[in-house]
Design a protein around this ligand. Structure first.
Ligand code: SIN
Length: 298
């Protein structure tokens, strides 16, 4: 037997020639020339991952991918998280949450107010999300934008005395806390079952987290899921969270994404928060979302 015949067949995936162009502003980059219907090599994946950490958000244009390809690409970044609202999973794909304002036969087909306040996806989990991949399915001719804030810059631009106040502090993140608040605004949020409540007990995370891949510090609280800062009175905690929130969402810290057909947007939940107001029902908007599990914030 020759040496050549004992080698496994050459199966390396060819690199795709794609460009990563930073978006002018506080975060984001656009990727062109990459087709997620084709195999993505490990080398390309490493480039994408590094760009995500650096820019906080990546816009992949013109991705005509199936749900299966969406899930397969997302999985390359880590295990996928299955959303507790199983009613809005895409049939056959529990890893995909349908975000939609479409109502069929009197029933919503997806979560209409998924982005209705500023938050980092699944920050209420012991291992919050590394990132989310949101793929446009049907877009309205107007409205429907998603805004993102850079939480590295939010931290770095805080006054020194506030940074000192936050050092070592922890905050509680709670799915049920946000759910009950949004329930008052949205007729579509049915009561959670006890099983769902039990799946998402509240968790504590550091208020300032160190990004596990870059070592950069980011503010890790949000309007949506952070109920309070541990060890402060309710008034102190509410006032500090309000201050941090307003600081984080100053205009110069925000990128507003205007969706185009077949966009896939991948954002880093460890260094950004996002917001999408509810789009009125006559302007149909549907997107599919996967979330990749991250690590325990430190
Ligand atoms: C989300 O929070 O994942 C949904 C954001 C959006 O609807 O744009």
């Amino acid at each position: 037997m020759t040496i050549a015949s004992t080698l496994p067949p050459f199966t390396a995936t060819a690199a795709q020639l794609f460009e990563i162009r930073p978006i002018e502003g506080p975060l984001g980059a656009e990727i062109t020339g990459l087709d997620l219907q084709l195999p993505v090599s490990d080398q390309d994946l490493a480039r994408i991952r590094a760009a995500l950490v650096k820019h906080g958000l990546l816009v992949f244009r013109e991705q005509r991918i199936t749900p299966q390809q969406h899930v397969a690409f997302s999985r390359r970044f880590g295990p996928l998280q299955v959303h507790v609202l199983n009613r809005f999973h895409l049939q056959g794909y529990p890893e995909i949450l349908i975000v939609s304002n479409v109502v069929q036969d009197g029933q919503p087909i997806g979560l209409v107010d998924a982005g209705a306040d500023w938050h980092s996806d699944l920050s209420y989990m012991p291992k919050p999300s590394l990132g989310s991949l949101l793929h446009a399915q049907e877009l309205p001719a107007e409205q429907g934008d998603t805004s993102f804030a850079n939480m590295f810059l939010a931290y770095e631009t805080l006054p020194d005395d506030v940074k000192r106040t936050l050092e070592g502090r922890r905050a509680v993140h709670s799915y049920v806390y946000r759910y009950r608040r949004l329930q008052k605004l949205s007729p579509w949020r049915a009561d959670l079952t006890q099983k769902q409540i039990d799946e998402v007990p509240e968790v504590e995370h550091p208020v300032i987290r160190v990004h596990p891949e870059s070592g950069r510090k980011a503010l890790f609280v949000s309007e949506g899921f952070t109920s309070h800062i541990v060890g402060l009175s309710k008034d102190e905690s509410d006032a500090l969270l309000r201050y941090l929130h307003e600081h984080a969402i100053r205009a110069e810290n925000i990128y507003r994404h205007q969706w185009r057909a077949h966009d896939m947007v991948f954002w880093d939940n460890r260094s950004t928060v996002h917001y999408a107001p509810i789009t009125p029902q006559h302007l149909r908007r549907t997107l599919y979302r996967t979330t990749v599990e991250g690590d325990v914030p430190a």
